[in-house]
Design a protein around this ligand. Structure first.
Ligand code: ADP
Ligand code: MG
Length: 262
């Protein structure tokens, strides 16, 4: 099975979904087989990828329920919509809210997503999980299933608040169920004309040094347009600043995760 990366930040509006879809599209462009999993009941990733409805049968809730022992039968084995470039998506579902409310009653619920991935993810080199803006049970499942957490952090003064709580949560999951879990930070929405952006980036570099990816994703209004069009930025505006930045970051990702493979 491939590498599972969870895109996590308990703040909303910090480019988790944008980062998940853009990275997935970049990796697919580089010939990797990629599965995107929309673990947010708000379905933003699915909508940004042009998928507006949850699957009727064999969707994320069915798969998780089966992995958690809440459903006896296996969902059908073709739950995944195809996007351009061989990028696959398991769409989100508003009823993830109801499932999340039941999770704490399920013994070892944290392992649910990991078990689910064992059943469906063998065909992929990368599985990218887009999380909801919370550190609730769904996100804990994602942290338990992942090898690596990418934390998008906007270059904005208030964005750093809450980072320590997130890192403490990651460390707790590491101690309990996922000893090899690692994390990194990606500076996003960087406004090069704004002094705050530069001072925030300097602070992130000072605090996190080699956990911070070298590539910084710039602010780019075309990202919003791409979301409205339901397309990855790479396809909607292939030459835009954000598309180029995400491509360069994907090269860093590939070098980091695959250098030791050869
Ligand atoms: N680099 C960027 N430049 C401009 N807008 C961006 C950028 N990245 C994300 N956005 C916009 O910011 C908003 C929040 O991004 P989103 O990916 O949905 O965040 P999250 O998933 O963390 O809630 C969206 O409207 C998105 O289009
Ligand atoms: Mg989101």
């Amino acid at each position: 099975m491939g590498r599972t990366l969870a895109i996590v930040n308990q703040k909303g509006g910090v480019a988790k979904t944008t980062t998940c879809l853009s990275l997935g599209a970049c990796l697919a462009e580089q010939g990797r087989r990629v599965l995107l999993i929309d673990l947010d009941p708000q379905m933003n990733l699915s909508v940004c990828a042009g998928v507006r409805d949850p699957l009727d049968d064999g969707g994320i809730v069915d798969w998780l329920a089966q992995a958690l022992g809440l459903r006896a039968t296996h969902p059908p084995l073709v739950p995944i919509s195809l996007l351009p470039n061989g990028l696959h998506l398991l769409p989100g579902d508003p009823s993830l809210v109801t499932l999340e409310q039941r999770l704490l009653e399920v013994p070892s619920y944290e392992l649910g997503l990991r078990k689910m991935l064992n059943a469906i993810a063998s065909d992929y080199e990368y599985v990218l999980v887009d999380c909801s803006p919370s550190l609730g049970p769904l996100t804990i499942m994602a942290l338990t299933a992942a090898q690596h957490v990418v934390i998008p952090v906007p270059a904005d003064y208030l964005a750093a608040w809450g980072l320590m709580q997130l890192i403490t949560t990651i460390e707790a999951v590491k101690g309990r169920t996922n000893p090899s879990l690692d994390y990194s930070l990606l500076c996003v929405m960087f406004d090069r004309r704004n002094g705050i952006s530069h001072s925030m980036l300097a602070r992130l570099r000072a605090s996190f040094s080699d956990r911070l990816w070298k590539m910084v994703i710039g602010l780019d209004t075309r990202v919003r347009e791409a979301a409205a069009a339901g397309e990855p930025i790479l396809r909607y505006a292939p030459k835009s600043r954000a598309a180029q930045h995400y491509r360069q970051w994907a090269q860093e990702i590939l070098a980091y995760f695959e250098a030791s493979d050869v």
